[in-house]
Design a protein around this ligand. Structure first.
Ligand SMILES: Nc1ncnc2c1ncn2[C@@H]1O[C@H](COP(=O)(O)OP(=O)(O)OP(=O)(O)O)[C@@H](O)[C@H]1O
Ligand SMILES: [Mg+2]
Length: 389
């Protein structure tokens, strides 16, 4: 194929693995993270830290943790301290024992995988790290995936390792998740210690997304190939979700479409086309991390929406359908407040949209609709997960 016009200068700058030099609208959060670890970098022997990063999809959680690793590594070389970083994505590795083993491997040790209890593994882990006189900062990305697989125990173990060690500190951690809902299962005592060390990332708004995109255009595209209106449209579309990943994916796909067409510029029309090809789908595995009541609520909503022509359902009707569904699945329905909390949680996780509307002439009513996924598809996905009923 002969390319008439080149659109991309370096498309790899749009890939999820690429770590940009500049991170607009996250400098403060990165600085906060660095300052939480300032004492560790100074004296890793005596200090240890545990920080939590929370924020919705595509809000830059993984990115700031990777930028932080770069920062530590530059310091590491500078000061020659026995300090290491270890990044793990718990969605990929969901077995806590094997995560500990991988950390050990990174410093040249490992335990045979067979027949050890978690306690024994932890003891071995502590003794080897102490022996090597090394302090590891572990980033547990998508930590909720680990909790949904193993429960809250790993969090206790991580906390305990920091407390157990007497003569030198060996472990610090950065724990990343979309929300704190996994802490439902945690002890109140652990909650108070967490509160001090949280970095909360908000969804990006339209102009913030535009700044992020603009930076990428400069490094990934040939000069003057992306129209300003194109960036306006992408930021507007992606601001509905506040998701930088979606914004960058739309930009990349729009560029590919323009290139494929042999056009000189990436125009809004290419974005509209890209949008059709790239619905911001709920990632299917995320459904697995919902509790049973949240699944039943979604199932009820999907059922109502696919049976009705309307695009939204009142909270009251949803609750009635939820109660019927609970009976069907042999579950006791939650009381109203608990039900409402789950609905709010689903909205926060961006499965659904909940807003107050004036449709009811007698007053304000909450109406619920689906955000990212067609009702029929959601219905089938959840039915599959709930199994019987
Ligand atoms: N402030 C920013 N500046 C530049 N790029 C950004 C910024 N925030 C996010 N990105 C980019 O957007 C994409 C998504 O960011 P990231 O992977 O950090 O999201 P996340 O919060 O970890 O999302 P998830 O919860 O889905 O894992 C990445 O390609 C990242 O480089
Ligand atoms: Mg991430």
């Amino acid at each position: 194929m002969i390319e008439e016009y080149r659109i991309f200068k370096d498309e790899s700058k749009l890939s999820p693995e690429y770590i940009p030099k500049r991170i607009p609208h996250r400098e403060n959060e990165l600085n906060k993270l660095k300052s939480f670890f300032r004492m560790i970098l100074k004296d890793p022997k005596r200090n240890s830290q545990q920080v939590f990063i929370v924020g919705p999809v595509g809000s830059g959680k993984t990115l700031i943790s990777k930028k932080f690793i770069q920062h530590v590594e530059s310091q590491y070389i500078l000061n020659d301290v026995r300090l290491k970083t270890y990044y793990t994505n718990c969605r990929v590795n969901r077995v806590f024992g094997s995560i500990l083993n991988s950390i050990l491997s990174s410093i040249g040790h490992s335990f045979p995988n067979r027949g050890f209890s978690l306690d024994e593994i932890v003891q071995y882990f502590i003794s080897k790290l102490s022996e090597e006189k090394v302090h590891v900062i572990v980033i547990f990305d998508e930590f909720d995936a680990l909790v949904s697989h193993e429960g809250i125990e790993p969090l206790y173990v991580i906390t305990r390792i920091r407390e157990m060690v007497i003569d030198r500190q060996i472990l610090s951690s950065i724990i990343i998740s979309k929300s704190f809902s996994y802490l439902d299962k945690a002890d109140p005592s652990i909650l108070s210690s967490i509160q001090k060390n949280i970095i909360k990332l908000e969804s990006y708004n339209e102009s913030q997304l535009k700044d992020i995109l603009y930076d990428r255009v400069l490094i990934a595209f040939e000069d003057d190939t992306v129209e300003n209106e194109t960036l306006d449209l992408i930021s507007k579309l992606a601001s509905k979700y506040g998701d930088a990943r979606y914004a960058i994916e739309l930009l990349q796909l729009s560029g590919r479409i323009a290139e494929f067409r042999g056009e000189r510029k990436v125009r809004p029309e290419h974005v509209r086309e890209a949008k059709l090809q790239l619905p911001p789908q709920i990632r299917k595995e995320e459904l697995n991390y919902l509790d049973e009541h949240e699944k039943i609520i979604l199932l009820s909503l999907a059922k109502l929406l696919k049976e009705q022509l309307e695009d939204q359902i009142t909270l009251k009707i949803l609750e009635e359908e939820y109660k019927i569904m609970c009976k069907k699945y042999g579950k006791e329905a939650l009381k109203h407040t608990q039900f409402w909390l789950r609905v709010k949680n689903l909205a926060q996780k961006e499965f659904i949209d909940s807003k107050v509307s004036q449709v009811d002439p007698r007053g304000r009513t909450t109406v619920i609709s689906l955000l990212n996924i067609p009702a029929e598809q959601l219905y089938n996905e959840i039915k599959e997960r709930l199994g019987y009923g």
